[in-house]
Design a protein around this ligand. Structure first.
Ligand SMILES: [Zn+2]
Length: 363
């Protein structure tokens, strides 16, 4: 009998003004917070963070983050945290700032509170830190021993982030139902190197329902830059449900194809969520979904503004060669390609990518 496992942050808080909760939360995990914040948000938030944390801490250190999440950068941050004798990391910003802070947590131990300021992907609730070389090439995935102690999502801040990031988060969230189902049904493993618990596909399914039900209304809130009920539901789907769905459910074809996409330079400008959304279309073609099903999905992509073709992801050039490269590279490198019911080969992947691209262009 194989072990099944489910993991999650110890606590998740979300809502307009949730940032204020840091004053009560951070002292649960340490007295000397080390705040790593994206340069883009530090300016706007530093005073507020100081007012929240200084009265409840022995000492607060602030570090402005910009650039790449690399091993060199993580080591430098860890040395600063060591010098400050910090015992809890507070990570504020986008993916790279958060992943760098997770890198510090891996090296030094202690607590970690994660505060995403964009809802563009599924990473904040997870144990994963994606580390790149200084030249922006993916080099390794590091794992914290436990999920973040707390994830705090202030939707008044998220609502001010660019619309494209929000749409990308929707793309990343859409895939989870279909990847978790393939992972579960194929005997696949999740990110705890265990079988998914029954709970994981249920979370991924709810993630999909919420996104399909509320995404269009939530985008109106994004345009007004003011959170409302639909916005809150979709943020929960794109950060909490999407994160739990992949980490405890496991991944399949849609995310595997990102390894192939990274081999095509003109696709590098596409956001992760945009890439995996197109990867989902290819997965659904590989699954042999009906025309009606695929048309409905492409129609939803159009409605929310997700790219449904390689050209939409930024590709220009020889389409046939591009598709072959994506398929070959994914076959060679992708870790979750076998988490699929049925056989996956270079030929079937090429056919699926081709069908997805044509469907996206026609739909
Ligand atoms: Zn993802």
């Amino acid at each position: 009998m194989t072990i099944r496992a489910f993991g999650a942050p110890h606590r998740y808080l979300q809502g307009p003004g949730a940032l204020d909760q840091l004053a009560a939360l951070v002292p649960l995990y340490g007295r000397r917070p080390f705040v790593v914040a994206d340069v883009a948000v530090m300016g706007a938030l530093r005073e507020r963070l100081a007012a929240l944390l200084e009265p409840v801490a022995e000492a607060v250190s602030f570090v402005e983050f910009s650039g790449e999440c690399s091993a060199r950068r993580i080591d430098a941050l860890a040395a600063q945290a060591e010098a400050a004798r910090s015992d809890v990391v507070v990570a504020i910003g986008g993916g790279k700032a958060i992943d760098s802070a997770k890198g510090v947590r891996i090296i030094r131990g202690g607590g970690i509170v994660v505060v995403p300021t964009v809802a563009s992907n599924d990473a904040p609730t997870s144990r994963l830190a994606i580390v790149y070389t200084d030249d922006h090439v993916l080099s390794e995935v590091r794992l914290m021993p436990t999920n973040p102690d707390a994830v705090v999502v202030d939707t008044a801040i998220i609502a001010r982030a660019p619309r494209r990031f929000f749409v990308a988060g929707i793309g990343d969230a859409l895939t989870k139902k279909f990847e978790a189902e393939q992972s579960y049904n194929s005997g696949g493993m999740n990110f705890y190197k265990a079988r998914p618990a029954e709970l994981a596909p249920a979370i991924a399914d709810q993630c999909y329902r919420v996104v399909r039900r509320s995404a269009l209304a939530a985008l109106k809130a994004v345009d007004r830059r003011e959170p409302d009920a639909a916005f809150e539901s979709v943020v929960e789907a794109t950060i909490l449900l999407s994160g739990l769905g992949f980490e405890s459910g496991g991944l399949s074809i849609a995310h595997s194809l990102t390894r192939g996409f990274s081999a095509i330079p003109s696709l590098n400008g596409a956001l992760h969520g945009e890439q995996v959304a197109f990867g989902l279309l290819a997965q659904l073609c590989l699954e042999g979904r009906s025309d009606d099903f695929l048309d409905d999905m492409v129609g939803f992509f159009r409605a929310v503004g997700l790219p449904a073709t390689l050209a939409g992801l930024g590709f220009s050039g020889d389409r046939t060669a591009c598709i072959r490269t994506i398929a070959q590279r994914s076959m060679a490198e992708a870790p979750y390609l076998k988490q699929f019911v049925g056989t996956v080969s270079e030929e079937t992947l090429i056919a699926a990518l081709d069908a997805a691209d044509r469907r996206g262009a026609a739909g």
